[in-house]
Design a binder for this molecule. Structure first.
Ligand SMILES: [Zn+2]
Length: 449
């Protein structure tokens, strides 16, 4: 990234001139806070998106920018107020094509009026935030990385993460056709329940009805689905719950057809459900002060129905106030760049949680290149928990757009890259955080810092 520093010096003395603008994309991975700030100062506007940054620059300087290593062409002239950023929507559903991806996020050009409509109607995605930051690498945080001394009591739990065992669990789940309309989804559910029983959890099933899916052709009839749950009772505060969840349903291009083969959904999302099972096994014999509810959801691919109906039920009976924290796992096992990029997302209300996850990762999973965002979208099962006011956090790989087998029959264990290393790192971070929020006090008397 030395070459980026050269750019900064080169343009530092050039004031931005009035005139036509164009966009470029700079690799800012590991550049550091000062380097990122210097780069930003040379642009009319910019958006930081984890490993990369989109910059609007003078069109007359475009050629100079493109000569530098780590800089590629952007999307031509683009106004800040017509930029819409979202996580990947699979090709079978995308109605609004993206200009391209930056740092694993998709960038779209939309009329400002359309963006106002999208924001007013909670359509997943975001405009450019006031601070120009969609997501930030931990390495680019002001103040840099802080690696705390690990606590032996937490390290011993982290050391229990068995990436090979997780991979085997994930592969077993991927062998079921787990489409929400598949007759074998209940077999997968029962297999998950037996895994929870094996981890000494009290098991239950949350039943709900998924409504007619009118975006399917033809529209589907309402169907009964269920979420398997394994409950670990807290010793001191049994009525304070931590939810660890992931969807277990899968799909291929045939989102509405449960008999179309094959729908292995290995990365999306046998990987996350296997992660929930791995965390349940790690904590099986560990006394916790709060209760932990391990659960896998169905109906996610048709619109987050399993988690949505569950949250609605908790809101209806008042139990939602018991949920103190939620960890969502969805797509843990594809490392596109060879650098073990992993994302942690929440909304602005709970942005302070990101510091805890950063510290957990730098201390207990330093192999991860952690990227945090307080601009999460509605693409997975943390969404309705956040909507209900629960501090919920989404932990995953660096977005869905990096995975070429997304929503394809080829989403198999063999097509995941460095799955054990990446998922293992994410599960180490989640183990440390689960200890933080479920064991409380005694273990983390001094916190992370
Ligand atoms: Zn998913």
């Amino acid at each position: 990234m030395r070459s980026i520093a050269v750019i900064v010096l080169l343009f530092a003395t050039q004031a931005a001139a009035e005139g036509p603008q164009s966009t470029v994309i700079a690799d800012i991975s590991g550049l550091g806070a000062e380097g990122v700030a210097a780069l930003k100062s040379q642009a009319h506007w910019s958006v930081e998106m984890g490993t990369e940054m989109l910059l609007s620059i003078d069109a007359s300087q475009r050629d100079q920018w493109l000569k530098r290593d780590g800089v590629r062409d952007g999307f031509g002239p683009l106004n800040r107020d017509e930029v819409w950023i979202r996580d990947h929507v699979c090709v079978h559903q995308a109605q609004m094509p993206a200009l391209g991806t930056v740092g694993g996020f998709e960038v779209l050009r939309q009329p400002p009026a359309m963006i106002r409509y999208a924001k007013a109607h909670a359509i997943p995605g975001t405009d450019v935030p006031a601070d120009g930051v969609i997501a930030r690498e931990a390495r680019n945080e002001p103040g840099g990385l802080k690696r705390a001394k690990s606590l032996p009591s937490v390290q011993s739990l982290v050391d229990r993460v068995d990436a090979e065992r997780w991979f085997q669990t994930m592969s077993l789940l991927a062998a079921f056709n787990r489409n929400s309309f598949s007759p074998t989804l209940t077999s997968a559910r029962d297999w998950i329940l037996s895994s929870f029983e094996g981890a000494a959890l009290r098991t239950e099933v949350f039943n709900y009805q998924m409504p007619s899916i009118t975006s399917c052709t033809p529209a589907t009839a309402p169907i009964n689905l269920s979420n398997p749950i394994g409950r670990k009772i807290g010793e001191r505060f049994p009525d304070e719950w931590i939810v660890v969840g992931a969807h277990y349903d899968s799909r291929n291009s045939a989102r509405c057809d449960g008999t179309a083969n094959a729908q292995p959904g290995a990365n999306d999302n046998a990987s996350g459900c296997a992660g929930v099972i791995e965390l349940a096994r790690i904590f099986a014999d560990v006394p916790t002060q709060r209760s932990i509810l391990f659960m896998c959801y169905s109906g996610e691919e048709q619109g987050l129905w399993g988690s949505r109906r569950y949250v609605e039920a908790l809101q209806a009976n008042g139990d939602i106030a018991k949920v103190k924290h939620m960890i969502n796992l969805d797509m843990l096992g594809f490392d596109a760049g060879g650098t073990l990029d992993a994302r942690v997302e929440t909304n602005a209300t709970h942005a302070a949680l990101l510091t805890q996850y950063r510290n957990a990762a730098t201390t207990y999973a330093p192999e991860l290149n952690l990227i945090t965002s307080s601009n999460t979208g509605g693409g997975s099962d943390h969404w309705y928990f956040l909507g209900a006011g629960v501090p919920a956090v989404f932990t995953w790989e660096n977005g869905a757009s990096i995975y070429p087998h997304y929503h394809q029959s080829t989403d198999t264990p063999a097509n995941m890259t460095r799955a054990r290393e990446l998922a293992g790192g994410i599960l180490k971070m989640d183990t440390a955080m689960l200890a933080e929020v479920a064991i409380l006090g005694a273990t983390f008397a001094n916190g992370f810092e």
